[in-house]
Ligand binder design. Sequence first.
Ligand SMILES: Nc1ncnc2c1ncn2[C@@H]1O[C@H](COP(=O)(O)OP(=O)(O)OP(=O)(O)O)[C@@H](O)[C@H]1O
Length: 249
Amino acid sequence: MTIPLQTVGLTKNYGGLCVTDAVDFSLEPGARHALIGPNGAGKTTFVNLITGVIPPTSGEIRSFGRDITNMAPRQRVKHGIARTFQINSLFPQLTTAENVALAITERTGAASRMFSRVERDAELERETVTLLEDLSILDMANKRIAGLAYGQRRMVEIAIALAVKPQILLLDEPAAGVPTNESRAIIELLERLPSHISILLIEHDMDLVFRFANKITVLVEGHVLLEGDCAQIRSDARVKEIYLGRRHG
Ligand SMILES: Nc1ncnc2c1ncn2[C@@H]1O[C@H](COP(=O)(O)OP(=O)(O)OP(=O)(O)O)[C@@H](O)[C@H]1O
């Protein structure tokens, strides 16, 4: 089986500053992989390179056997790569269902014009309901985004990323800024994500990382310090000193 996502010698320089330093990385089929590292380690830059928001200085990005290094961001979405953002991108006056339906419409676009309006609307509703049901957030369907708690909005953002039917999902700090009493629901939602989707989670909350991921890559100053399972990462002295030590000392 071809590898969903792979970077080879991926490098990004800003002037003299090397932010992504020859990163070799693989996301396996069905992965639950976390990318961790201290502030400024280059995690978001890495995601921006993968999604095509910024071009690399050198190196390659491959996905399912295809070189996507120079592919436009929209094409990468069509190719199956979706992401969530740290910044809220929802329409606050629309309901959860309307926000998700809009994202589905964007995906189906021209293809759906082959059907009549009634068929289209029925299919759109069916898919929206199924998606919300699968994530156990159907109770939020008719609520406006503006009236939702912050943690609930983060869950809708994940639903929207799923609306493009991705094969690869990049989650950029899905629990950032979410109060502790709401973060549990987010963790449970992450655990309900379809197993065939390969997921890369960027997260500072180590409890969430250890619960979600079975493989972890530690990025420090743009380069991969270490990669391993939760036990290997927990027990590594360098990781404790550089990153975990400050939080889990
Ligand atoms: N457009 C840019 N121009 C110059 N330097 C940049 C630019 N974007 C990012 N950087 C620098 O690259 C480094 C990595 O930033 P990045 O946001 O990728 O780190 P991060 O690991 O995601 O941090 P955090 O955990 O705080 O979100 C930082 O030193 C940052 O200042």
